[in-house]
Design a protein around this ligand. Structure first.
Ligand code: ADP
Length: 449
């Protein structure tokens, strides 16, 4: 067992702060890294040490592996927590750290690679007994695209093998759309990922996005922590997430959770991961696995009481999981709202200085944010400035609390998505839990002036 005494946090914003808090609780020293644009960030102020790793563009700082490894060596950090995004799913980074004797707090490089390629990920899922969306056996090319689409049946979805963030994804409703969808998806995939390869899936009409949280110890023991419903999305980006899903009953939850936990045991998966599914007419269809902590992990923490970053650090140090599956129980309901520095209608980013900031409080309220009054949001990174997580004994209580909490939250000086959540919490479909992955975009189209 390798003990971890100093962790370098290779990230910024709310997730850097989130990881820092876990380290402090575990008595582990912290190193923040930051670009010149983030010198005043909260995670930099609170860390034991900090290192500037470059200019504002991510490729020169948060994605600069050499600088991050050098920062580990200068500070004597013996482990790196990558957060989400940036280098969190970069197998080369995990390899390089290992070569330097630094622990990567995440899965093995091999597992990152396996799940990073979506065709391989799907084939692996099939082998592990996870149900998948019907689709092509591997890549589709101009030679087999028509035949494959006819076999699957229209509508079909063309997806980038190297995909992420919904890019390189195109629907073909009928045969006449197919050529264009295929070509556009390939062009987009080549531009976004440097790899034009695409595959094909049955396009599901009205699914929900339901994902299962797993954690493994890397030695064949793994557990699940239930699911999250992330169906409320805009441009394939999650906006509002809840746990449990309003669409599942206890049997369905435990069945899909067990399938995922068993798969992770077979893989000997290490660390936290999320198995993502589309869910329609009572059936689950695997779409991908994320081999890292997710933005929306706090709702799972709220209903299970388990700190996922503590677990990540424990398994990375070889200490194993702190709980068994039998010890995990689900309490009440939690909802997360992603507070972005964006216009709540057009979603145009709104960087600038926060002049006034008041986070809500009270029972069942958690705000994960590095923002404060006087904080200047740099224009270089994503627009997430914080997450509001509300917990209640029931979904109804959770919604009532969310309504109260949203009225208390004050962020002045910039535009935020808070007003959107005030609309959503008052909506009847949302109150009923009656929505699918298209609901939010339809709603925005319907209600825009
Ligand atoms: P990415 O990695 O680019 O985010 P995913 O495979 O995770 O791609 O899919 C992102 C989103 O795209 C899903 O949450 C869902 O909204 C939609 N989607 C993906 N596959 C399908 C499908 N077969 N049918 C309908 N919608 C899909």
């Amino acid at each position: 067992m390798s003990t971890i005494s100093k962790i370098l946090i290779a990230n910024r914003g709310e997730i850097a702060l989130r990881v820092l808090r876990a380290c402090k609780e575990l008595g582990i020293a912290t190193v923040a890294v930051h670009s010149t644009a983030d010198a005043d960030a909260m995670h930099v102020r609170l860390a034991d040490e900090s290192v500037c790793i470059g200019p504002p563009p991510s490729r020169d700082s948060y994605l600069n592996i050499h600088q991050i490894v050098a920062a580990c060596e200068i500070t004597g950090a013996d482990a790196v927590h990558p957060g989400y995004g940036f280098l969190s799913e970069n197998a080369k980074f995990a390899d390089i750290l290992e070569a330097h004797g630094i622990t990567f707090i995440g899965p093995t490089a091999e597992h990152i690679r396996l799940m990073g390629d979506k065709i391989t990920a799907k084939q692996t899922a099939v082998e592990l007994g996870i149900p998948v969306v019907p689709g092509s056996d591997g890549e589709v090319t101009s030679e087999n695209v028509l035949e494959t689409a006819r076999q699957i049946g229209f509508p079909v979805l063309i997806k980038a093998t190297a995909g992420g963030g919904g890019r390189g994804m195109k629907v073909a409703k009928t045969e006449s759309d197919l050529e264009e969808a295929f070509n556009t998806a390939r062009t987009e995939a080549a531009a976004a990922f440097g790899n034009p390869a695409v595959y094909m899936e049955k396009y599901l009409g009205k699914p929900r996005h339901i994902e299962v949280q797993v954690v493994g110890d890397g030695a064949g023991n793994a557990i699940h922590l239930g699911e999250r419903d992330c169906s409320l999305q805009r441009r394939h980006q999650k906006v509002w997430e809840e746990a449990n899903s309003p669409a599942l009953n206890v049997e369905q939850r435990m069945r899909i959770g067990q399938i995922c936990a068993d798969a992770m045991k077979k893989m000997k998966y290490r660390g936290a991961g999320t198995v993502e599914f589309l869910y329609e007419n009572g059936e689950f269809y695997f779409i991908e696995m994320n081999t890292r902590l997710q933005v929306e992990h706090p709702i799972t923490e709220a209903i299970t009481g388990i700190d996922l970053v503590h677990e990540q650090i424990r398994v990375a140090s070889g200490a194993g999981l702190s709980v068994t599956q039998d010890e995990i129980t689900f309490h009440g309901h939690a909802i997360e709202c992603r507070i972005n520095a964006e216009d709540p209608r057009t979603f145009v980013p709104s960087p600038g200085t926060i002049t006034h900031f008041h986070a809500p409080g009270g029972l069942g309220v958690r705000v994960d944010s590095g923002a404060y009054a006087g904080y200047k949001i740099p224009p270089y990174y994503d627009s997430l400035i914080g997450k509001l997580i509300v917990h209640g004994r029931t979904r109804v209580e959770c919604m009532m609390r969310l309504r109260r909490v949203l009225d208390e939250f004050v962020v002045d000086g910039i535009k935020t998505t808070l007003p959107l959540f005030q609309d959503l919490v008052a909506n009847q479909d949302i109150a009923n839990g009656d929505y699918d992955i298209h609901w939010l975009e339809d709603y925005l189209a319907r209600t825009s002036a």
